[in-house]
Design a protein around this ligand. Sequence first.
Ligand SMILES: C[S@@+](CC[C@H](N)C(=O)[O-])C[C@H]1O[C@@H](n2cnc3c(N)ncnc32)[C@H](O)[C@@H]1O
Length: 283
Amino acid sequence: MEITTDVRWGDCKEELKSLPNDCVDLVITSPPYADQRKNTYGGIHPEEYVEWFLPVSEQLFRVLKPTGTFVLNIKEKVVNGERSTYVMELVLEMRKQGWLWTEEFIWHKKNCYPGKWPNRFRDAWERILQFNKSKKFHMYQDEVMVPMGDWANTRLRNLSGTDKIRDNSRVGSGFGKNISNWIDRNKAYPTNVLHLATECNNKNHSAAFPEGLPEWFIKLFTRENDMVLDPFMGSGTTLVVAKRMRRNSIGIDMVREYCEMVRTSLTPSELYLFEEREEYENA
Ligand SMILES: C[S@@+](CC[C@H](N)C(=O)[O-])C[C@H]1O[C@@H](n2cnc3c(N)ncnc32)[C@H](O)[C@@H]1O
């Protein structure tokens, strides 16, 4: 089946309205953070962030299939020596829209900025929030299993008696374990912490995803020929990775140059750059 990659130039709040209901399997995106990148593509004041984002998340709720997942990469800015609270407020407001806040992953940035601040350490992680429309969403956990590594070689070779039988927790929680089940397996399920380096240096965008980030979530939440959407596409990392993984994708960005850049990084015959409109000329 032919894979389509659809780049749309415009404000996603408006562009999303042209998509039908329940057509997307995975939304993965990193919106502009409050105020932080004013010089490159505009910023939103932290106090206005929730109000700005909610019409977008309302559209995302409409276009996402009931079995789909919304993955939101976001991190609150520091204002006057304090972390802003807009991410927490956004989660609460999105729940009122009907979203389930299913999980929070940590993206550990292995190569975070060097430096020293008087009241905090280097910021080495970002939030990746997972939202769903229903509790029964598609999740292909076996696709992201990781090698067992040292744990298999050491811990499993020295199993204690209680490890070998099913041993309900001594604190009475009823949480059983049977570590011996893991003998002879060479893969385990991962944690909710992703260790990935940022990759901005080799892309013409100041806040690009490392390719491993959309790749991991695309593997986890979609199958071949499914539809992936990135409404704040930037340099189009999500689309490039989705195409490579044989997923259909739609990307939206309000900066024309980014749309053109993504177009040239994809095979022309599989790309549809939607009609350009004058009002975005200077965006
Ligand atoms: C953090 S960047 C995304 C980077 C992207 N994940 C990548 O890998 O390159 C956010 C992007 O959102 C775009 N943007 C900001 N407001 C927008 C809006 N209302 N509609 C569509 N795009 C918008 C910006 O132009 C910017 O490219």
